[in-house]
Design a protein around this ligand. Structure first.
Ligand code: SF4
Length: 236
């Protein structure tokens, strides 16, 4: 059998064998919130924003394969609460100042904050001291905004064929390390897909931050995930 059938929030979904829940949901026009997941690279299962309930057990939708007959819950008050907590923790454990960030309006963390109605975090801000690497002529790495999703590292490895960045340290000391120590000493090019893989304003090309004016950016008009949900509605 090359197909499996299951439900998400009561909606029948047909998946190709081997597809994960998040992929099958997306094909069916159902948005499962995510941050570390990115189409085209292997899932990291890192951020846990895509947690769903599979037969009432929490699973990461980006790594869990679709199985025949399973019952998936994606949109419940409990899941919304968990996801909101994860997002709030991400906001307070880094230094995210959206109003000053050139990624504002194109940032997936910010857009999820709006989608989940986050106004003031419930947790204490950590205000960590983190190193900014501006050594590269064309790219900046601002670790203050890094949410350790790993999209850049996986993209660099899998799509660009390099090993420019990876994680160093463990637990709350984990951070993004640069092979060669400074970004300028790596072979990273501004055209590498790793640079555009960053969902927040941590890894960004220089001098293009305001090429698209505020008000015309990706998430300025519609919530993140709308483009996926449009498939189910038959277009916006
Ligand atoms: Fe994720 Fe961006 Fe940090 Fe890389 S630099 S781990 S893509 S947030």
């Amino acid at each position: 059998m090359s197909e499996v059938n299951f439900t998400i929030d009561g909606v029948p979904v047909r998946a190709r064998r081997g597809q994960t829940i998040i992929q099958a949901a997306e094909d069916a026009g159902i948005y499962v919130p995510r941050l570390c997941f990115m189409k085209g690279v292997l899932p990291g299962g890192k951020c846990r924003v895509c947690t769903v309930l599979v037969n009432d057990r929490p699973q990461a939708a980006c790594t869990q394969p679709a199985m025949e007959g399973m019952v998936v819950k994606n949109d419940t008050p409990e899941l919304r609460g968990w996801r909101k907590s994860v997002l709030e923790m991400l906001f307070v454990e880094g230094n995210h100042f959206c109003m000053f960030c050139e990624k504002s309006g194109n940032c997936e963390l910010q857009a999820l904050g709006y989608r989940f109605g986050i106004d003031a975090p419930r947790f204490d801000f950590q205000f960590p001291q983190r190193v900014v690497d501006a050594s590269h002529p064309d790219i900046i790495l601002d670790r203050n905004r890094c949410i350790l999703c790993g999209r850049c590292a996986r993209t660099s490895r899998e799509l660009d064929g390099r090993e420019v960045v990876d994680f160093v340290g463990r637990g709350h000391k984990e951070s993004l390390g640069v092979n060669g120590r400074r970004l300028a000493d790596t072979g990273l090019r501004v055209t590498d897909r790793a640079v555009s893989a960053c969902p927040v304003g941590a890894l960004m090309p220089k001098r293009v931050g305001f090429a698209v004016p505020v008000g015309k950016r990706l998430y300025d008009a519609r919530p993140i995930g709308s483009e996926i949900e449009d498939k189910r509605k038959g277009g916006a």
